[in-house]
Design a protein around this ligand. Structure first.
Ligand code: AMP
Length: 364
């Protein structure tokens, strides 16, 4: 991908535009405020978590170009916190002469699992073996080639384990394909990984990079439950993971925080699962355990500021607070000295990400 050399510096007093109004936008806005920057939010939902900590909010669909451009013209730089924003909307803003970071091209790669895996393969950041599936009749042969067990994933718009199904040789391919909406999919080999880790890389407009120590991530039902740092991985595995993250950031000519999710096999081999062109749930611990959090780092990068130190001053376990039952523990957690972060979403809901808590201890 091509590189742009000119740097757009947004000094204190400037305005950062964020597309998307969820918890990531909220935490980005809070960090921006500490740097003396205002945030304008654009989101389809009124009264979203980010809107309540931002100077201004536009409520309109992502494809409302008139509203988008009005929003963009009120900002000095635009970023996003949600990867299903149509890449076209970002391109329209960029075409109108506004800087958008991360670049729309990086978002476009991440929005289609097939393009994403092909890109990862092309830069030697190896993904799990995969095959494109355009209709149910291709599933049986692809499953054979991938070892008989796989995960069928929608190419577009799946997240947190949604839009995917585990399948095996002999399954009812027509039924599984129909259950995923009969849309284009990717079949991935099912792998018996040992652990899941993620690498968070910050890259500035000038190409400078900074990297956070990779956490170990535990999932349940496809949703992140807990991130732990230190991860317990060997220094060789961590170094290899960091190298893969840096390679990806470089190849995308990336600006901002980039998260690369990796599977660690029992023999230490790493496979890329997917990347997110935004701040990431597995980086929420950085808010309380690092000198500069992923949120501030992202704002610094997109605003052309120098990146900050990524060092960790504490060991930390981050628990996601999912649904009404988890969030009800805020009081006990706060009493136990945890850093409780609540997203102030209107309404609860089973499994919904409503907050997280960071449990720190002295660095071991
Ligand atoms: P994803 O939405 O692709 O990140 O998948 C959600 C979760 O499903 C991952 O964090 C893993 O725990 C699991 N998973 C995804 N792909 C695979 C795979 N190819 N083999 C085994 N487990 C997987």
């Amino acid at each position: 991908m091509s590189s742009t050399t000119s740097i757009t510096i947004v000094p204190p007093g400037g305005v950062v535009g964020i597309l998307g109004g969820g918890q990531l936008g909220r935490m980005l806005a809070l960090s921006a405020a500490r740097l003396g920057l205002d945030v304008h939010v654009f989101a389809p939902e009124a009264d979203c978590p980010a809107s309540r900590v931002s100077a201004k909010c536009w409520t309109a669909p992502y494809d409302d170009e008139v509203a988008l451009l009005e929003f963009a013209n009120s900002c000095d730089v635009i970023t996003f916190e949600f990867e299903n924003i149509p890449a076209k909307s970002l391109e329209a803003i960029a075409d109108a002469g506004k800087q958008v970071f991360p670049r729309p091209s990086a978002l476009a790669v991440s929005q289609d699992r097939l393009i994403e895996k092909q890109f990862l393969q092309s830069i030697n950041v190896p993904p799990v073996s995969f095959e494109a599936i355009d209709d149910a009749s291709q599933i049986a042969k692809a499953l054979d080639r991938l070892g008989g067990k796989g995960i069928l994933k929608l190419r577009r718009e799946g997240y947190d384990g949604k839009g995917q199904a585990r399948i095996e040789t002999g399954c009812d391919a027509d039924a599984v394909f129909a259950q995923l909406g009969g849309r284009e999919c990717l079949l991935e080999a099912f792998i018996a990984f040992d652990k899941e880790i993620s690498v968070l890389v910050a890259r500035g407009q000038d190409g400078a990079t900074a990297i956070y120590e990779p956490p170990c991530n535990d999932h349940g039902g496809g949703i992140l439950r807990q991130s732990t740092v230190p991860s317990g991985m060997s220094s060789a595995i961590l170094a290899k993971a960091e190298q893969l993250g840096l390679k990806l950031a470089q190849a995308l000519d990336y600006v901002g925080i980039l998260a690369l999710e990796l599977f660690v096999m029992p023999d230490g081999t790493l496979y890329a699962n997917e990347f997110a062109p935004r701040v990431h749930n597995s980086g929420h611990w950085t808010d309380d355990a690092c000198y500069v959090s992923q949120f501030e780092q992202h704002i610094r990068a997109v605003c052309g500021w120098p990146l900050g130190p990524t060092m960790r001053h504490s060991d930390v376990v981050m628990d996601n607070l999912l649904g009404d039952r988890d969030i009800a523990s805020w009081n006990q957690r706060a009493a136990a000295g945890e850093a409780v972060r609540i997203y102030a979403k209107r309404g609860g809901g089973e499994g919904r990400k409503l907050g997280h808590a960071n449990r720190m201890s002295p660095k071991g």
